[in-house]
Design a protein around this ligand. Structure first.
Ligand SMILES: [Zn+2]
Ligand SMILES: [Zn+2]
Length: 343
C-alpha cells in the first residue's frame, strides 16, 4: 500500500513509499483510513523540529472504517465507522499514566511520529483507543475529532470556564475555531480576534457562533472588551495562534484575577510581560495533546451538534499530493487540509 513516510531524520525526507499492508495483532484493530488531517505537528516533522522514529508513516488525525480486528477484540466490529486516539503505547506505570494523564508519560509513543500512522490505506491501532463516530459525523468531519479533543482538554479541562464568562480567543485557524465552539457550548460569551489575513476565517467564526469577531488591525478590541466587561477585561483568554504578539495582547485584555490558557505553540521563545501574571494574579494553564476524558466530550459535542467540524475542512488531497497539501497548510490559505488514501 502507499504511505506518506518520514524516511530519515533531517529536514524534509518525506516521501510516498510502497509498504506491506499490516495485520492487526491481538488487542488491535485494522482501520481503512478514509480521511486524515494535516496538523502543525506534521509541518514540524517536515522541518525536523518534532521527534520521530523513521521510517514511520505520518498522520495522527484519522477517521475510517474498521476492516479487521485482532484476537481478543470484543468491543469493536468490522464495518464500524471510527476515529482513534493517538497514543499507541504508554508505560502504564509512571505517576502520569496512573493518574489519567498519559499525555505526560515520558514513554508515550504516538501514531504518526513514533509508530505508523494514518497517511496510508490502512493503520493498526490498539482497540482501546478506538471510538465509533456519531451517525451525524462523516469521515472528513470525523478526522477533526483529534484536534477537537486537544481543544476540549486545553479549553475546558485545564482552566475553569463557567457560563457567563467573557472569553477572548486569538487565532481563528482550525484550533481557534474549535475553541470558539467549545467555549460557546460551555455557555461563555466569545470574542474572536484576528488580523487582515484572517477576514474569511473571522466571517466563518461569526457563522460558527462568535458573539464578536474582530480584526484587531481595523477595530479597537480593547475598547470592545472593556465595554462588554464594565471595564474589567476578559474573564478568560485563549491563545490559539502561536504568534508572540497575540500572547502579549491577551495579557492586556484579561482582567485582574482572570485566566490565561495557552493552546497554540510558538516553536520558539516569545516576549511576554510575565510581571502581569503577578500584578493581575492570573492563573495560567497549558495543555499537551489530549486525554481520554477529552475524547468522550469531543465526540458528544459533535453528536449533539454543539461543535461542527465539517465547515473547517477546506481541502482534501490524495496521498500522492501530500506536498501540495502541506504547502496549502503552511501558507495558511485554507483552514483544515485533509489527505485521503481513497482514490
Ligand atoms: Zn494534530
Ligand atoms: Zn507512563
Amino acid at each position: 500500500m502507499k504511505a506518506v513516510m518520514k524516511t530519515a531524520p533531517g529536514v524534509g525526507n518525506i516521501e510516498v513509499r510502497e509498504i506491506n499492508e499490516p495485520d492487526p495483532p491481538p488487542g488491535h484493530v485494522k482501520i481503512a483510513v478514509q480521511a486524515a488531517g494535516i496538523c502543525g505537528t506534521d509541518i514540524h516533522i517536515y522541518y525536523d523540529e518534532f521527534r520521530t522514529r523513521p521510517p514511520v508513516v505520518l498522520g495522527h488525525e484519522i477517521a475510517g472504517q474498521v476492516v479487521e480486528v485482532g484476537a481478543d477484540v470484543t468491543t469493536i466490529q468490522p464495518g464500524q465507522r471510527v476515529t482513534t486516539e493517538t497514543y499507541f503505547s504508554t508505560c502504564g506505570t509512571c505517576p502520569f499514566c496512573r493518574s489519567g494523564r498519559a499525555n505526560l508519560c515520558p514513554d508515550r509513543r504516538s501514531i504518526g511520529s513514533a509508530v505508523d500512522g494514518g497517511f496510508a490505506r490502512y493503520v493498526i491501532v490498539p482497540a482501546r483507543n478506538v471510538h465509533a463516530l456519531p451517525d451525524n459525523v462523516d469521515y472528513q468531519a470525523g478526522a477533526l475529532t483529534e484536534p477537537l479533543a486537544c481543544v476540549v482538554h486545553g479549553a475546558l479541562e485545564m482552566p475553569r470556564l463557567a457560563p457567563g464568562d467573557l472569553a477572548v480567543i486569538t487565532g481563528p485557524g482550525a484550533i481557534g475555531l474549535l475553541t470558539l465552539q467549545v467555549v460557546k457550548a460551555a455557555g461563555a460569551t466569545a470574542v474572536l480576534l484576528g488580523t487582515d489575513a484572517d477576514e474569511s476565517r473571522l466571517a466563518l467564526g461569526r457563522e460558527l457562533g462568535a458573539d464578536y469577531a474582530l480584526n484587531i488591525q481595523r477595530e479597537d478590541a480593547a475598547a470592545q472588551i472593556a465595554a462588554l466587561s464594565e471595564g474589567l477585561g476578559a474573564d478568560i483568554v485563549y491563545e490559539c495562534s502561536g504568534a508572540g504578539p497575540a500572547a502579549q495582547t491577551l495579557l492586556e485584555l484579561v482582567r485582574r484575577g482572570g485566566q490565561y490558557a495557552q493552546i497554540g505553540l510558538f516553536g520558539k521563545p516569545v516576549a511576554w510581560t510575565l510581571d502581569q501574571v503577578c500584578y493581575k494574579e492570573l492563573t495560567v494553564t497549558g495543555s499537551n495533546a489530549s486525554v481520554p476524558s477529552a475524547w468522550r466530550k469531543a465526540l458528544r459535542l459533535m453528536a449533539d451538534g454543539k461543535v461542527c467540524t465539517a465547515p473547517l475542512v477546506s481541502g482534501i488531497y490524495p496521498l500522492t499530493e501530500w506536498r501540495t497539501a502541506f504547502d496549502v497548510f503552511e501558507q495558511r490559505t485554507g483552514i483544515k487540509t485533509l489527505l485521503s488514501p481513497v482514490e
